[in-house]
Design a protein around this ligand. Sequence first.
Ligand SMILES: Cc1cc2nc3c(=O)[nH]c(=O)nc-3n(C[C@H](O)[C@H](O)[C@H](O)COP(=O)(O)O)c2cc1C
Length: 189
Amino acid sequence: MSEILFVNCCVRDGSRTKRLAEYVLKKMGGNSEEVNISLSDLRPLDKALLEKRNDDIARGDYSDRMYDQARLFSSADNIVIAAPYWDLSFPSCLKVYIENISVLGLTFEYGTDGKPKGLCKANRFIYVTTSGGRIGEYNLGYDYIHALFTGLFGFEKGIFIKAEELDIDGKDPELILKSAMNDVDRIIL
Ligand SMILES: Cc1cc2nc3c(=O)[nH]c(=O)nc-3n(C[C@H](O)[C@H](O)[C@H](O)COP(=O)(O)O)c2cc1C
């Protein structure tokens, strides 16, 4: 049975993004393993961590626990990311997660042509978000993740699931979420 890595970047209690992502996970079936990013002890790459990581990579030694997330990410059959739309993109904990999984030798390498080559098992990812207003042309969170996952990690495609305008007066968030779940039924086979 396929293993899904659920990268949960939802911060609020009662998160609607998480609800929508859970609907996606149910629809996909299979086992999922959740990493709750906003509650994790992942650290941004500061000077000391960056230097340690460079040394480890040079020696090919990935035994430190700090590489657990990169290992988990590269071995998952499927990836589902849930991240609310914050400040035109996503919560900073997702960027910290990205810094922790972008590890040369674990999630990507460089070919002899100098181009990056992905080392991840999954070939598609699903990105789930909800927003207070309209995302429109500023889909900066998904666009960034898509560029990184296809360009560096070798994914073939990304699927974008959204529920917009949840915080607009006069709109019914429950109805909007229901409609997004109908989209999920159509998009995810
Ligand atoms: C820190 C923060 C930043 C936000 N930034 C935006 C934004 O730039 N554009 C927008 O349309 N909504 C924004 N919102 C509203 C959220 O996108 C919206 O409430 C979303 O549904 C929250 O997801 P959740 O229910 O999973 O927490 C922001 C909310 C918070 C708390």
